[in-house]
Design a protein around this ligand. Structure first.
Ligand code: MN
Ligand code: MN
Length: 345
């Protein structure tokens, strides 16, 4: 193994968070600026207090994919056709807002919310995030007054800078002044209940749930997956032909190794709150090295899921060819996997 400067690990939950003077929430983000390996995906871990909201905003350079770990979240969003949506999310649910769509995130109910946001651009940052109070307080008051149908004096009562986290006292799913606000519906273009999906199960190894644009059509640029790997279990050596991989470790301990060709190999230990990254096409694996179940959330920057597993590849090659490639006896080659192993106990 050669000397390595690059790391594929970032301790996100150890980062100093962004906290606003008014309280309401805590947010920790990681982009290519802090974590040079993460060229094409960025992420945020956000906690909101009950009633608190990440105010109305949009992202100019990235779509937003999210997974709820804890609590209940209400979102609203608007698409370019002028359709507005109100949705409710619980642990295990996923949302997706295409690049540029206006949205808000609010913690409802009486427990704190925690969710992970994944953006399909490594250069995602607050520089490319546009909040409604920042917009209104940046334009001439006359323009804001004419747009909102209020007086200039009334404009002066609105926030004079970005609020970021705002607080609402009585969140009700039916509240709202907008005539277009709709009832919450069971099915939604922006919500996918990933936790309710029947997983792929490998006895003794673990489970995987995946949501691509096939199941969740609006999520054209991000695929998400949740792995639950049993102690000692291995997500075997594999690679993704079409996407980079952004990982958030929710529970447990892991070893994750990334192979970059020409003997370049980087291995690290991961625990809850850590982020990992694997560039498109790079070989890698994840092993549960702890005593409890390992839970990892993964986002890929493609709406399609593609993976090639070493076991699947080898078992599709003639035995004599493998004997020649590895220069070993048929007895050893006979022990190689037959078929895709995927998660190995
Ligand atoms: Mn957002
Ligand atoms: Mn992978």
């Amino acid at each position: 193994m050669e000397e390595q400067n690059i790391t594929f690990k970032y301790k996100l939950e150890a980062k100093t968070p962004r906290i606003e003077p008014g309280g309401g929430g805590v947010t920790r983000g990681v982009s290519v600026k802090d974590f040079p390996a993460s060229q094409n995906l960025a992420g945020v871990s956000m906690h909101l207090d009950p009633g608190a909201m990440r105010e109305l905003h949009w992202h100019a350079n990235a779509a937003e994919w999210a997974y709820v770990i804890k609590g209940n979240v209400r979102t609203t969003t608007i698409d370019p056709q002028g359709n507005t949506y109100v949705d409710l999310f619980s642990p295990g649910d996923v949302w997706y807002f295409p690049r540029g769509y206006g949205h808000v995130l609010q913690c409802i109910g009486n427990e704190q919310c925690h969710f992970i946001l994944i953006f399909d651009n490594g250069d995602f940052s607050e520089d490319h995030t546009f909040s409604i109070t920042d917009f209104i307080s940046s334009v001439p008051p006359e323009i804001a007054a004419q747009t909102l149908g209020i007086t200039v004096e009334e404009v002066a009562q609105l926030p004079q800078k970005e609020v970021y986290f705002a607080q609402s006292k009585a969140p009700s799913v039916h509240s709202g002044i907008g005539s277009a606000v709709k009832e919450v519906s069971l099915t939604s273009p922006h919500r996918y209940p990933l936790g309710a999906q029947q997983p792929r199960i490998v006895p003794g190894g673990g489970t995987q749930r995946v949501v691509t644009q096939n199941e969740f059509p609006i999520a054209r640029t991000i695929t998400g997956t949740i792995f639950e790997i049993e102690p000692g279990g291995l997500r075997e050596m594999h690679w993704h032909p079409n996407a980079d991989e952004w990982q958030y470790y929710i529970q447990g301990k892991a070893e994750m190794g990334v192979f970059l060709a020409e003997r370049n190999f980087v291995k690290d230990e991961y625990e809850a709150g850590d982020v990992g990254y694997v560039p498109m096409g790079a070989g890698h694996y994840i092993k549960n090295t702890g005593e409890e179940k390992l839970i990892v959330l993964i986002g890929f920057n493609s709406g399609h899921y593609e993976a090639i597993d070493l076991s699947d590849w080898l078992s599709g090659n003639p035995k004599d060819l493998l004997e020649g490639n590895f220069g070993v006896s048929a007895e050893i080659i006979d022990k190689f996997p037959k078929g895709d192993k995927f998660l190995i106990p």
